[in-house]
Design a protein around this ligand. Structure first.
Ligand SMILES: [Zn+2]
Length: 148
């Protein structure tokens, strides 16, 4: 079941983030990496903010991340999200992907279950029109961390 109701508007890709969403459609969460300085960035931009290079590639993030921060929303930003309240919004970061944090949601998590530093695993959510969205599920604390 989608995180938000099927009436919630789909993401409308722009020229800058179209490739990000194309990769998501193939269940690949990838971030831009500058070809010249190696810096990662998100959201996608045509120009590296560090060295102004226009050349970049896409690096696939690990499937497991960590909650950097979160909030629980009781007043939805869009009327079609009202049936989902209270819903969470999380910032997820990934090992080896310094400088990149993804705004997303944790599926099937009560507000009390969320914590800064909590480990999450990607779970592709089918949004409006079948668009695949990178959302997450909590990893039980008794599950061992992956070898790094
Ligand atoms: Zn750069």
């Amino acid at each position: 079941m989608p995180y938000f109701p099927s009436t919630f508007p789909a993401v409308a890709p722009t020229l800058d983030d179209r490739r990000f969403w194309e990769l998501c459609a193939n269940r690949r969460l990838c971030f831009q990496r500058c070809d010249d300085c190696g810096g990662l960035r998100h959201p996608p931009t045509p120009l590296c903010p560090r060295c102004q290079s226009l050349s970049c590639n896409w690096s696939e993030a690990p499937s497991i991340g960590r909650i950097f921060s979160y909030t629980v929303v009781h007043h939805p930003s869009h009327a079609d999200a009202k049936p989902a309240i209270p819903y969470n919004v999380v910032l997820v970061e990934f090992d080896g992907f310094d400088g990149v944090r993804l705004v997303s949601n944790v599926i099937d998590a009560a507000p009390a279950d969320l914590a800064v530093g909590g480990r999450v695993e990607i779970d592709w959510d089918e949004g409006t029109g079948g668009q695949l969205l990178p959302r997450f599920r909590l990893i039980p604390t008794d599950r061992p961390a992956p070898a790094s």
